[in-house]
Design a protein around this ligand. Sequence first.
Ligand SMILES: Nc1nc2c(ncn2[C@@H]2O[C@H](COP(=O)(O)OP(=O)(O)OP(=O)(O)O)[C@@H](O)[C@H]2O)c(=O)[nH]1
Ligand SMILES: [Mg+2]
Length: 459
Amino acid sequence: MHSQQTSTICAIATPSGSGAIAVIRLSGPNSFSIVQKIFVSKNKLNISSQNAYSILFGDIIDNNKEIIDEVLISLFKNPKSYTGEDAIEISCHGSVYIQQKILELLIDNGAVLAQAGEFTQRAFLNGKMDLAQAEGVADLIASENKAMHRISMQQLKGGFSIELEQLRKKMLDFSALIELELDFSEEDVEFADRSALQKVVEQLHQTIEPLIDSFKLGNVIKNGVPVTILGRPNAGKSTLLNALLNEDRAIVSDIPGTTRDTIEEILNIDGIPFRFIDTAGLRTTSDEIEEMGVKRALDKMNKSAIYIYLFDINTLSISELKADLDQLNRTVPRIVLANKIDLADTEILNNFKTADVDFLFISAKSHDKLEQLKTKLIQSLNLNPSKNEIIVSNIRHFEALKKAHKAIERVKQGIQSGIETDLLAMDMRDASHFIGEITGAISNDELLGHIFKNFCIGK
Ligand SMILES: Nc1nc2c(ncn2[C@@H]2O[C@H](COP(=O)(O)OP(=O)(O)OP(=O)(O)O)[C@@H](O)[C@H]2O)c(=O)[nH]1
Ligand SMILES: [Mg+2]
């Protein structure tokens, strides 16, 4: 895949507003000649005769030879640049006026303003990176926590797409042989070694399956791990939310039924964003609004990654606790917390210590044992940050992986049951197609437009 871009694009690459320094970048065949018209180097050097990777110091001047700014320009010669084209980065003083003025001068001299993501799109079209890597760039820029940073950095470095592309090529080789068999169908020959094909298919299967499984985690890391806090009225749910956030976010009172709607807040724990959801206390009530709140709470429980069941150790018996737990969702992982231990006497504490329920003793009000709770939350995620496993966080990749997986399943079964060669060929084409969609080996303008429109201008 190669693109011949004729236009030279430019954009301010640093955030809008004034700062110490701003960077304006250009990419395209006329980058050097355009900048030459508005830049005078200290030693009167001609830009085009400079080596790649040089940095020059000089002035940007306007049409009237008035000096706009003293700048540094970094030169990149194709193909050794981010985009694979001739490119220049101008580092100027970060005044809004200077940035705008330089941009105007570049446009007056033949450059055009870049679209969102156009630099990266050119990098993709020039083969500097595959599509999944390009998407990793956008995710990296947007990453706000350690976990998302790790996922996007892995994607940027090629992550799973390099391996997928290699397997896809192997699959294509087999496809060619199978298609050949179709041409010779009357002679009943087998060019494609079925057991070797089966190995490739198995390899693909083993690569794709964990990637699909990883999306559940990747998605929650991107959007925050939803953790619903449930319990009877007055258990201390809102107090716990406030304690975790270290601010008075939710109203706390000793009137049961204080919280009616759900309240959601994000908190970073060990670099992972958790979305805590405080809910209305669980009880049967004649109050219509409160009843709606209870319904919402149960709804949130079913949709959360983990839920916390909090109870007041001083008012609930062990048997009541067990009965409550029996009624709650048992497929979503949960953490049970015995709250208000600051009020509990030793008899109560000892009694609960013998209960065969796994829970933590805490005091939300006095912030006691919150650290243990945080550790437990991280453990419940089953994410070992030191493990170098690859996590898919992009829904587009997830969808394509699922489709590829289905097609591969069909190929696998097809080989086993010895289905007609033309059907096998079709399933193999499908599988390579969907894998190709992830890496960008198969792409179209609509898909590219959709992906790159979410980028920043200047990237
Ligand atoms: N002593 C003590 N009091 C607590 C603790 N946690 C909560 N409380 C008190 O218990 C009462 C109820 O707390 P909330 O946080 O409003 O309880 P809730 O579970 O959100 O209640 P609803 O919103 O009505 O369902 C308040 O008076 C809190 O101050 C604790 O650990 N120790
Ligand atoms: Mg509350």
